[in-house]
Ligand binder design. Sequence first.
Ligand SMILES: [Zn+2]
Length: 430
Amino acid sequence: MIVRKLYDSHVHLLMTGQTRLGLSLSSFCRPEDFKNLKLNSFSYRGDWLYGFGWDENKFQNINLHRTTLDQHYPDRPVFWVRADGHSSWLNTEALKRVGFMDANSEIFKSYKDYIPLGNDGLTTGVLKEAAHMFVYTKLPASEAAQTKDFLLEGLQVFREAGFTHLRDMTSSFEQLALARELEQSQQLQMHIEHNFVFENEMDLSKLVREVVKQKQMDTKFLKSRGIKFFYDGSLGSETALLSRPYPSGKSGILGFSDQQVREIITESWKAGLDVSVHIIGDEAAHRIVHLAREVSAKGLLGRIHLEHVQVLRPETILMMKSLHVHCHLQPCHWLSDRAWLKEKLGTLYEYSFPWEALRRAQIPFSFGSDSPIEPASLFSNLQALQLSSKSGIPSLKLQDLTSPHVYPHRDSFETETHFENESVKKIIFL
Ligand SMILES: [Zn+2]
């Protein structure tokens, strides 16, 4: 099998490298696993112990609580990211350093919706969404040498899976500068689109100006695309905004107000940048499409990318038609979510993983992995397409199911990835 311009349309490149080099918690499930953790210099950010990939559904006799970590790490701050990238597990020392152990502190109050409390009235040590992201952005930076190692390792992960085109959703100017050095020394061999995250407390105009500046330096391999923001959460943590409550009674949460969303879209489009929005729930998607239409009705033109779109109502898809919209889906998420998807979504299940509905409506869409949340793999997505169609997800009626994995724009060179028995035989840059 040969695939042209093999594209992963939603990746976290640096985190992918960091996850493979650093502390992986993907098989962490029993108390004795604390002794077996493989720590090395990549497991730390400053003096913080940083790990990725735990999932409480796998835990046996492990209490998901800060005091469990305290028993093993009483003095060193610990920050362990959950497998879905939307929550983290911290020990008491880490929580003290960011001010979350004091329920009267201003910082605690501003994030309290995202900090579950235990019976003692204090945080359990699990942080969700905005509180998780807040601490994540406050971690000591990796050393420049480490960032380069993470970048090289991340590129290696995707090369091994045959990818030649990536769309990075959490790039940084430091990472882009390092990638330019690699391109100049002909070590890059990967087409990368860069998107830069906007968070609540940041200066939007400043970020837009900086991305515009980077875009003027686009090269054969490296393109700066625009601004990305997280609008709702995830289905796993029941923070994605659905049009109905979850069976638990919870409903999702939004990270930005309508007015903020209008501003982000307006400023980005005025500057010629793309906007990418993390949306999982059907109601979050509906609101974003509505707000983007409001901005475009004022005569502004621009491209909007909808990331994940795990649940879309038919009327939302219809409303997309008047926009320059591109959807990005990760069929592999279905493989991980299928255990509880029907239960959480109820009657919305029929609108989940809507690739076939998008195809019928002729809305452009691409496939990706969300690596390191899911492994970078063309075949895992193909498997998910096949299995999901047996579980009530309408099957994608395309002649060639790899076509959503082909880089969709004209501004790049041609490549060919040759596979034999699902493993990469060779990659050709034409
Ligand atoms: Zn992602």
